[in-house]
Every structure is written in C-alpha cells, then in structure tokens.
Design a protein around this ligand. Structure first.
Ligand code: ZN
Length: 351
C-alpha cells in the first residue's frame, strides 16, 4: 500500500476499533464503532461517478481534517514500552565503576543488580509565533522521570518500530518524580530553546520596524510638504484655505495611527501549548553498592551505600546523584568527616 492516506485510513480505523472493508481498489466501506451504518470512502476521484454516495478522502478534504483531529485527540496521552535492549552486559560492575571517578580512600562493593522500568515522559510542545505573520513549530522534549533530567537520546527511537504496547518483562517500576514537576522541567527547557529563536526574530522585527518607520515618515513628510505648497499658493491667490488646513490635521492624525499600527505589528507574541504526552517505560539496571573506608584513611563513610544506574538502551552509566547537593556528577570526593560529595560542593570543609 503506497498511498499514505490509504494507510492512515486503515490504521486509524483499526486503532479505534472500527472496520474497513475494501470494495474495490481505493474504495472502502468504513464502519466506525460509534456509527450505525458504514460510510463509503473513496481515495480516487475517478471512482466517484460509480459510487455517488462515497466521500472523497484527499489532502485538504473536510473528511481528512475530521479524521486527523479525532486521531490527535485520541493520542494526547499515550503509554509505550521500549524494552528490547540487551539486559545482561558483560562485566557490568567493572564498566560502571570505571565510568565514575571515586576517591581512593573508599571501596565499593556491588550488593545487587536489578532491572527496573524507568518512565520517560515525552512532551510535545507547539510554539506559535504571532508577529506580522503566524508561524508554528513543534518541540519534543523527553524527561527521565527517575532522575528528573532531560534526555536527548529518545528522538531517534521515536519512529515507532521499537515501541511496544505491552511490557515484555515483569520488572517493577522505578520511583518517579511527580508529573507536574517533570512538566515544569520540560517547559523550562523548551522556553530556553525558544528564547534564542525569539531573540533572532525580535532582532529582525526591530530592524524591519526601523526601516518601515523611516519610509512611512518620509511618505507623510512628502504629503505635508505638498500640502504646505498648495496652502501657500492658495494664500497667494487669496483663496479659501480652511479645507486644506483640515486635510493637514487629518494627515497628522493618520500618520500617528499608522505608526502605532507598525509598532504593534512588530511586537512578537509567543504561545506555548502542550499538545501530546507519551510515557515510555524503558528498563534500566540499578546497581546497589556498599561503600566502606579503606583502613587508616577516613572515619565512617556517609552515605554507606550508593546506587549507580546503567542504561542498556544507550549502554552508558548515568551520572550519579551527589549524596550531598543532589546534582548529577561523575566524580565523587570524600572530606575529612567521611562525607561523599561532588566537585561542586564541599560539605564540612568550611571554617
Ligand atoms: Zn555535590
């Protein structure tokens, strides 16, 4: 089936639980679950004379708009699994401990490794730029809900081929940061991306406004000069000039209105709207470790255990959460009191 519209029709009808029966090539009888009678739909205009009751499904048709709108409403929130990655990497403990830099005073012992499903929430934001014209752009953004961090590796996996409706494994779900918190993180990230675009657009709009304002002022200055000349000539002939003076006032008012209008049109307004949300559950390996101090180095280590995670999808160790400041890091240090911390924070060393 090469016709994308035909494919969309079949897949849509199937997804909503309806039936599509091919009457002949490019002509279908479609029965939607909420309809009492089937509807004949033709994808080929040449088939219409033979099927006068058929509705034509083509780009720009009201029928297609209706189907697309219904399809989009249905898909606003979805759930999928991406769990076909290899979950038993060779020498995992060594790989993980090599990826993070640990202070030499400590020893890390792996206690257990278990896979858990980590929810990733993918937000699709629609951004509308309203200036002298309207433009729209779509920004997808994924948040790892275990760490609450933005991830960038999902974009290329969204073609859908690896996504499944049901889970393959019985692993439990990892804890998640609340959805509203994830939404705010996603929105902040989109706003940062959009801000650069807005700055560029505003710069162009300002440059354009300066040029347009100059042109318009020159236009009205010319009109005024012409009028002044006519008034002068009329006065020389002792003609009546009251109507010309009224015209002068009207010109000044008109110029003011049109300059205001230019400035108003040059102002860029931005609307941000969340249009779709997809939760994707992906297994991750959680490696629980016990941390001890080497003899004659530091007192007891805090915390006594660290959980490292390894992402089988991208085959990488995740940045761990600094036990002291909670920021992501790949490097830990230990201070004189035995507290583990990252390079950015240094508990207990002050004073
Ligand atoms: Zn820290």
């Amino acid at each position: 089936m090469s016709d994308p519209l035909e494919q969309f029709l079949i897949e849509y009808v199937d997804a909503v639980g309806g039936l599509a029966d091919a009457v002949e090539p490019q002509v279908y009888d479609v029965l939607m679950p909420d309809a009492a009678t089937p509807q004949r739909i033709a994808l080929d205009p040449d088939a219409l004379p033979e099927h006068p009751s058929a509705q034509l499904l083509t780009f720009g048709s009201a029928l297609l708009d209706d189907l697309l709108e219904r399809a989009q409403t249905r898909g606003q929130i979805g759930l999928a699994f991406l769990d076909d990655a290899h979950l038993h990497p060779h020498a995992l403990a060594q790989r993980v401990t090599r990826d993070v830099v640990l202070p030499e005073q400590i020893t890390l012992r792996v206690e257990n490794t278990r896979p858990l499903y980590v929810t990733h929430s993918l937000f699709w934001f629609e951004v509308t730029y309203l200036g002298d014209e309207k433009e729209q752009a779509l920004y997808p953004l994924a948040i790892d809900r275990y760490y609450g961090r933005q991830v960038r590796y999902l974009d290329e996996l969204l073609s859908g081929e690896r996504l499944a409706d049901t889970r393959r494994w019985t692993f439990a779900d990892a804890s998640t940061v609340p959805l509203d918190q994830a939404y705010l993180a996603a929105r902040d990230a989109v706003v940062r991306t959009v801000r650069a675009e807005v700055n560029t657009r505003q710069h162009h709009a300002k440059t354009r406004l300066v040029a347009q304002t100059e042109r318009m002022k020159k236009y009205y200055a010319d009109l005024r000069a012409e009028l002044a000349e006519r008034i002068e000539k009329a006065q020389a002939r002792s003609d009546e000039v009251a109507s010309l003076r009224l015209r002068q006032d009207a010109l000044n008012r008109e110029e003011g209105v049109r300059l205001d209008e230019l400035t108003r049109n040059a102002q860029l307004r931005i609307q941000l709207k969340l249009i779709n949300l997809l939760h994707i559950k992906i297994p991750r390996l959680f490696i629980r470790t016990h941390v001890t101090a080497k003899p004659r180095s530091v007192p007891t280590i805090h915390p006594a255990s660290l959980t490292l995670t390894w992402d089988p999808l991208i085959e990488k160790t995740d940045a761990l959460v600094c036990p002291h400041c909670q920021l992501p890091t790949f490097e830990l240090h230990v201070n004189r009191q035995g507290v583990l911390h990252c390079t950015g924070c240094n508990p207990g060393e002050v004073g």
